[in-house]
Design a protein around this ligand. Structure first.
Ligand code: F6P
Length: 532
């Protein structure tokens, strides 16, 4: 599928991006969705490459599959489910049919229930045994943690509700640290789990229940469940009035738009939460209505395919120059790698090319003082994705924000321009001479021609956050369709879960490790020998 693109790349791979980058290219290789601008002029993609890449979309039938997704058809075909997280933000849209029924009345009713509850927590009319809620503890993992946590951090400037904590790891250090800082009489515990069976979440939920019972809180009143499994939430002891349900057509890693976003809604208030949804809906409209050459999700997917499948760059760094997006890379790791990290095509045959790229990153400027060395001079090329806002949220520190922006722009420029040996020589000419000058200069050469893209926007408002997250969701969709994988299942997480269950009695000393491989056997012996 990528042969033509690879042949073309072979002819242009040594071309210096900087030599092609005039004002025309800067305009042509950029696109807008509302106020969100994508610049991909600092890549090697040219008109021919773009044409071939867009041909991939037509060849894979992306437009028809996009319409099938929005229409509620069961495109998650290993689980027989529709993929309709878009319905959760379809605030001003028409009906969305699943199995002949419009799901929007239920979606709107649930959103209203969330908003009523969040408002009552925020204004104190809903209180714990000891008075108004001071702390919210969201217990969940994966999509039941990363979305609301990332969003709550991202919208910190809008956070005027109670403190929010997020517990995900089964490591007792996680929950112990959080509970130590809370008062059970004024804490609201949210158990967020689509299935209500996830072992980490249920273990932490039981620990929190014991803590609340022992500390004078009221479990029946101060626990909320967010789940598709009403029977299981009742068994746990959570009052049906405090269960917010959603349908199985909302995938875990796509679920922050509905009940799983309750902690975010309590933090920033229902109006701001609705603005996040409106931002997501605006990106949905853009994705559906915009020609591919100007369509941000399609372009992001195509740039990713170009770098991963055509150029052979296996990883991609996501580098927000926006500290409040500190958890965006972690959020995208689940969104992208759980969705498109698949080894077989829809028909079950092995993928004849690589699956989706490895995604990683940290906010700038922190990363500059950590791993950027390898990005600039390491032997592997790592395409970079910068995110930057024109304005922060603190007017009085705008000069500091300008320094942040200067750093962001400098990095993409440095990656592209590099530094030649001649220039490096001039840098050390006064200090060294002869062979030592040559040796010192060699260490100061930057190969350059390293691709990056930049997403820029006026300010990280709730609306812009919604646009960004929906942008990445649709990017995953497009990439998945082109690769021919099911982006909406996650069978690859099952084997480890099964083995953890079988190993639990072994690590507890209730069953023998015989039958386990030699390495596992030895690890159990070593850990048990040291107090496990
Ligand atoms: O194990 C992976 C996974 O199923 C994710 O897809 C999901 O987001 C996470 O576990 C949590 O699942 P749940 O919300 O059902 O607890």
């Amino acid at each position: 599928m990528f042969d033509d693109l690879k042949s073309h790349y072979a002819t242009i791979r040594d071309r210096r991006i900087a030599d092609t980058l005039d004002a025309d290219r800067a305009t042509a290789f950029a696109a807008m969705a509302g106020d969100l601008r994508l610049d991909y002029a600092k890549t090697q993609i040219d008109d021919t490459a773009l044409g071939l890449l867009i041909g991939l979309l037509d060849g894979a039938g992306v437009a028809a599959k996009r319409d099938a997704m929005f229409a509620g058809r069961p495109i998650n075909d290993t689980e027989g489910r529709a993929v309709l997280h878009t319905a959760l933000r379809n605030l001003d849209g028409g009906p969305v049919m699943v199995d002949g029924q419009d799901v929007m009345p239920e979606v709107r009713a649930t959103l209203d229930r969330m908003a009523d509850f969040a408002a009552s927590v925020r204004d104190g009319s809903y209180a714990g045994q000891g008075g108004p809620i001071t702390d919210v503890v969201n217990i969940g993992i994966g999509g039941s943690d990363l979305g609301p946590k990332m969003g709550t951090l991202a919208l910190a400037p809008y956070h005027d509700g109670p403190r929010c904590h997020f517990v995900s790891n089964v490591d007792p250090a996680d929950i112990a640290g959080v509970l130590r800082s809370c008062d059970p009489a004024t804490t609201l515990v949210i158990v967020a789990s689509k299935t209500f069976t996830t072992i980490e979440t249920m273990t932490n939920a039981r620990t929190a229940r014991d803590w609340m019972q022992a500390g004078g809180g009221d479990v029946a009143a101060q626990f909320v469940a967010l789940s598709t499994a009403a029977d299981k939430t009742a068994d746990f002891g959570i009052d049906a009035a405090r269960v917010l349900g959603f349908a199985d057509w909302v995938g875990g890693r796509y679920s922050m738009w509905g009940p799983i976003g309750l902690s975010l809604m309590i933090a920033v208030g229902p109006d701001n939460f609705r603005d996040v949804l409106r931002g997501g809906q605006a990106m949905d409209t853009h994705f559906r209505d915009t020609p591919w050459a100007q369509n941000l999700p399609a372009l992001l997917a195509l740039i990713g395919l170009w770098h991963n499948q055509v150029c052979g760059h296996a990883t991609r760094a996501v580098l927000p120059y926006d500290n409040t997006l500190s958890r965006l890379p972690a959020y995208l790791q689940q969104l992208e790698m759980e969705s498109n990290g698949k080894g077989v095509a829809l028909d079950g045959t092995p993928l004849p090319y690589n699956s989706g790229a490895v995604v990683w990153g940290e906010p700038g400027t922190n990363g500059q003082h950590a791993f950027y060395q390898l990005i600039h001079q390491g032997t592997r090329v790592i395409p970079c994705e910068f995110l930057v806002a024109a304005r922060g949220h603190d007017e009085s520190l705008h000069h500091q924000h300008q320094l942040l922006v200067a750093n962001c722009l400098a990095q993409s420029e440095a990656l592209m321009m590099g530094r030649t040996l001649d220039v490096a020589r001039t840098k050390v000419a006064g200090q060294y001479e002869g062979a030592e000058l040559e040796r010192q200069a060699a260490h100061r050469v930057f190969p350059g021609n390293r691709p990056s893209i930049t997403l820029s926007y006026p300010q990280l408002t709730p609306h812009m956050l919604g646009m960004l997250i929906a942008l990445y969701e649709h990017r995953v969709f497009v990439e998945g369709v082109v690769l021919g994988v099911n982006s909406y299942d996650q069978w690859g997480v099952e084997l480890g879960k099964e083995l953890a269950t079988s190993l639990q009695p072994v690590v507890e000393g209730k069953a023998s490790a015989d039958g386990k491989d030699g390495s596992t056997h030895a690890l159990v012996a070593h850990l048990r020998g040291h107090g496990l």
